[in-house]
Design a protein around this ligand. Structure first.
Ligand code: URA
Length: 314
C-alpha cells in the first residue's frame, strides 16, 4: 500500500470513528496528498500532535510535511500552533525583518527584473496577478484585489499603504481623493503616473472601515510586493507614508525622521514622503511633502531617469 492510499484510508477511518483529525487537517498536507479536507474540528477539541502520533503510524511521514515543522517537532499541540498563528496578528512592525541597507555594495542586486524585456515583465506580472491571493482574511471582505497599475517597465515604483473604498470598488490603486492628489503632485514634477510609474500598495486588499493594516497582514502580503519590485526592477522607489516605509525599509522611524533621506531597498534607491491622505487631513504636511517630492525628482535626475523620461515622452 503506498503512502497516498494509506493516508486516505487513515483520514476515512478517522472520519468514520468521528475522531478528530489533527495533523492531517492541515490544508497544505491535504493538498500534498490530494485528499479532500476532512470536516473541520473545533480547535479546542484537538488533542496534541504527540497524542495523535501515538495512534497513527502514518503521522511520522506526514509530520515532516506539516509546516511549521518546528512547532510539531517541539511537541507543541495543534492548539498551541493555532494560537501561535493567531498571535501573528499582534506582531509588532519592528518584527518585520530589517530590509534597509545603506550600502549598495553589501547587497546582492535585485537583478531578476533588470534583464527582463517589457513583454517579459508584463507577462510575469500578469501571471502574478492571475495567481490571485487568499492568504489572509481580507480576501473574504474585499470587493477586488488591487494589484497595481501603471507601466510594468516604469523607472519608478510608488508604494502606498492599502486600497481605500474607491480602490476596492475599482480594483485600481489611488483613484480616490488621495489618489487624485497624488496624480496632481506627480504631474507637478513632470511624472505621468500611467507612463512613468507603477503604483501599488503594501496590502493588495482593502482593510474594512479603512483601519490600519495589521502586522500579520503586512507580513503576509509583503512577498507579493517584493516580487512586483523584483520583476519591474525600477530605478527608484517612492514610499508614501509610514506603513509603506516600515514595510519596505524594515524601519520603524517616524516620517519626519525618514523624509529627505535616500535609503536603498535591495540596491534600489528609495525615498519616503508623507502620504497624500495625510496632506488632505493636515495642510501643514503639504510644504514638506512638496519639498520631498522635488528632492525625489532630483534623485531621478541624478540617476539619469528624468532625462530618459523626457526622451520617452518626445
Ligand atoms: N491610500 C493608499 O495607501 N492606497 C490607495 O490605493 C489609496 C489610498
Amino acid at each position: 500500500m503506498n503512502i497516498k492510499t494509506l493516508f486516505a484510508a487513515y483520514v476515512r477511518q478517522q472520519k468514520q470513528l468521528q475522531l478528530p483529525d489533527v495533523v492531517f487537517g492541515d490544508v497544505s498536507v491535504c493538498r500534498v496528498f490530494s485528499v479532500k479536507k476532512p470536516g473541520a474540528v473545533p480547535v479546542k477539541a484537538r488533542p496534541s500532535v504527540r497524542q495523535e502520533s501515538a495512534e497513527a503510524p502514518a503521522i511520522k511521514t506526514v509530520k515532516k510535511t506539516v509546516a511549521p515543522a518546528a512547532a510539531t517537532e517541539n511537541g507543541q499541540s495543534v492548539t498551541d500552533s493555532r494560537n501561535k498563528l493567531a498571535s501573528l496578528r499582534k506582531i509588532d512592525r519592528s518584527e518585520i525583518a530589517p530590509r534597509v541597507r545603506r550600502s549598495a555594495a553589501a547587497q546582492p542586486a535585485a537583478a531578476a527584473g533588470a534583464a527582463l524585456s517589457f513583454e517579459q515583465k508584463r507577462d510575469a506580472l500578469k501571471k502574478l496577478f492571475f495567481s490571485g491571493c487568499s492568504l489572509c482574511h481580507l480576501a473574504q471582505s474585499r470587493k477586488k484585489m488591487v494589484f497595481g497599475s501603471g507601466n510594468v517597465d516604469a523607472p519608478v515604483v510608488i508604494v502606498g499603504e492599502a486600497p481605500g473604498e474607491e480602490e476596492d470598488r475599482q480594483g485600481i490603486p489611488f483613484v480616490g481623493p488621495a489618489g487624485q492628489l497624488l496624480t496632481q503632485m506627480l504631474a507637478a514634477v513632470k511624472l505621468d503616473r500611467a507612463k512613468d510609474t507603477f503604483i501599488t500598495n503594501v496590502l493588495k486588499c482593502h482593510p474594512p472601515a479603512n483601519r490600519n493594516p495589521e502586522s500579520a497582514e503586512i507580513v503576509t502580503c509583503f512577498p507579493l510586493l517584493k516580487k512586483q519590485i523584483e520583476i519591474i526592477h525600477p530605478k527608484a522607489i517612492l514610499l508614501l507614508g509610514r506603513i509603506a516605509a516600515h514595510a519596505v525599509l524594515g524601519n520603524a522611524g517616524s516620517i519626519s525622521s525618514m523624509r529627505s533621506k535616500v535609503f536603498t531597498y535591495n540596491t534600489i534607491p528609495c525615498m519616503v514622503i508623507y502620504h497624500p491622505a495625510a496632506l488632505l487631513h493636515n495642510v501643514a504636511y503639504k510644504r514638506p511633502a512638496w519639498e520631498d517630492l522635488k528632492k525625489f525628482k532630483e534623485l531621478l535626475d541624478s540617476l539619469g531617469v528624468y532625462g530618459s523620461l523626457q526622451q520617452q515622452q518626445k
